[in-house]
Design a protein around this ligand. Structure first.
Ligand code: KIV
Ligand code: ZN
Length: 524
């Protein structure tokens, strides 16, 4: 869109749904401050539309949409609803302070959804969509309509729905491949079909929202762009329901790198891609797979001798993207304890971390500890330290002050923990377990006593070598007091050269997030 809100034929609007569909990934739940931090990073990166949440789904979502609407002034702020008045009322209320609010409403268009989920008829579903758009237009000028499960719908019916909702006032029509079922050729043809068969299509922007169940989300999105879609719905690192959504970094870099094929631009400052990817991974606790395109740790690593030789002679022999264009750090830069505060701050800024003085001091102290044990600290260590310390930026109800274990083949693994509680009191307790980590978790449970089930535990070495920093990621599942006691997953992570300490920190992180969510729900 240009300043008057008119679609430009060669600009693709980037609609980021990390805070809504992305947050639906199991374990990705974030608190309001974390969501705001991501929203600020998205704004700075140049995202056009931020889908900030689904306001009626929980008090936390409502407040997040409200805060983001107040504070983010350079993006359209969007709230999701179902096609009913109550959802729309709540979304309109949450969005009321936004500079440019958008309501995103809709319902299913496939016979599968109409029959089994909505239990209605095509005609009634069409009417409900039209009524929802008209109702949403009473509150905002910008209404996006999602035709859920469009990828499996009868195209003729979809054309009728799209035409009717545009007549009712929809400014954007979202064609989701909700189940990730389409192939690129099919999905491109569907978008072309909409352009050719919907008489009023020029009055709205075509958006696409693809899921990655068959690993084709990016390909489907790009095929849609080639066929006239001018808004792409994406998430950072591709997080989202089930196998995730189309990833922002893949689409933006494909459009940029192959402009000769696509002939369109986005407004994304691509140098912010890597830092924002790390921020989202850090705050959601969802690691980025090493071979992930654009933002994976190996995306620019050349390991075979032939490739290394080629890249040293001429970078473009094996690199189609300059790592600097996506803000990927040069991992060869190494710091030591002698680098001092100035050297560390400079490097952190290069990596995209902006920390206040108090946060910086915590990171600096941890950096000195690691540098003392490892002698040198590279980019990967530094990222692990910052992401581990990020736990502490987040207001903890319980703080682990000390953990100590005894274990070995001749002893029963036993752990003692010292934890400071929300009342400022320090609690000490001990327990034994099947192994040292189990013993630590049991001892922590004796103090905190928040019922939960550990569903995932993984340890990863951040760097090579026996002195490597280990990163532990865990997920716990617990009942949520809102949503009728539904089970919700909380992730936590910790990093340390001592993996027992990293494990204890990861568990404390997840428990503190669970406690914060319960507190938010009670306050809501
Ligand atoms: O996948 C989907 O269809 C969605 C809609 C709610 C836009 O997320
Ligand atoms: Zn979705």
């Amino acid at each position: 869109m240009d300043e008057s809100g008119v679609e430009s034929k060669t600009t693709v609007i980037v609609f980021d749904t990390t805070l809504r569909d992305g947050e639906q990934s199991p374990g990705a739940a974030m608190n309001i401050d974390e969501k705001l931090e991501i929203a600020r990073a998205l704004e700075e990166m140049g995202v056009d539309v931020i889908e900030a949440g689904f306001p009626i789904s929980s008090p936390g979502d409502f407040q997040a949409v409200q805060r983001i609407s107040k504070e983010i002034r350079n993006c359209i702020i969007c709230g999701l609803t179902r096609a009913n008045e109550k959802d729309i009322d709540v979304a309109a209320e949450a969005l009321k302070d936004a500079a440019r609010p958008r309501i995103h409403t809709g319902l299913g268009v496939s016979d599968n959804h109409i029959q089994y989920k909505l239990r209605t008829t095509r005609e009634r579903a069409l009417e409900m969509g039209v009524e929802a758009v008209k109702y949403a237009r009473r509150f905002v000028d910008d209404v996006e309509y999602y035709a859920e499960d469009a990828g499996r719908a009868d195209p003729e019916y979809l054309y009728r729905v799209v035409e009717a909702v545009i007549d009712a006032g929809a400014t954007v029509v979202n064609i989701p491949d909700t189940t990730g079922y389409s192939t690129p050729a099919e999905f491109g043809a569907l978008i072309r079909g909409i352009r050719e068969n919907v008489p009023n299509i020029d009055k709205a922007i075509i958006s696409v929202h693809c899921h990655n169940d068959l690993g084709m989300a990016t390909a489907n999105t790009l095929s849609a762009v080639l066929n006239g879609a001018r808004q792409v719905e994406v998430t950072i690192n591709g997080i989202g329901e089930r196998a995730g959504n189309t990833s922002l970094e893949e689409v933006v870099m494909a459009l940029k790198t192959r402009r000769d094929v696509f002939g369109v631009d986005t407004r994304i400052n691509t140098r912010r891609i890597y830092p924002v990817s790390r921020l989202v991974s850090q705050l959601t606790g969802i690691p980025v797979q090493p071979n992930k395109a654009i933002v994976g740790a190996n995306a620019f690593a050349h390991s075979s001798g032939i490739h290394q030789d080629g890249v040293l002679k001429e970078r473009t022999t094996y690199e189609i993207i300059n790592p600097r264009d996506v803000g990927a750090p040069d991992s060869a830069i190494i710091l030591s304890a002698r680098s001092g505060r100035h050297g560390l701050r400079h490097r952190l800024e290069e990596l995209g971390y902006t920390l206040d003085d108090e946060q910086f001091e915590k990171v600096y102290q941890r950096f000195l500890e690691v540098a003392d044990r490892k002698k040198t600290v590279d980019t990967r260590d530094l990222e692990a330290i910052v992401s581990d310390e990020a736990r502490l930026f987040f207001e903890e109800a319980y703080h682990l002050e000390q953990v100590q274990v005894t274990c070995g083949n001749m002893s029963i693994p036993t752990a003692t923990v010292r934890i400071k509680g929300p009342d400022g009191q320090v609690y000490c307790d001990a327990d034994h377990g099947t192994g040292p980590v189990d013993a630590v978790y049991r001892a922590i449970n004796r103090v905190i006593g928040e019922p939960n089930e550990l569903i995932e535990f993984s340890v990863q070495a951040v760097t090579e070598g026996i002195d490597a920093v280990g990163r532990v990621t865990i997920r716990i599942q617990a009942d949520e007091p809102v949503n009728g006691g539904a089970r919700r997953v909380f992730s936590g992570h910790g990093a340390d050269t001592d993996i027992i300490v990293a494990s204890a920190n990861a568990y404390m992180h997840a428990l503190n997030r669970l406690i914060a969510a319960r507190r938010e729900a009670r306050q809501g």
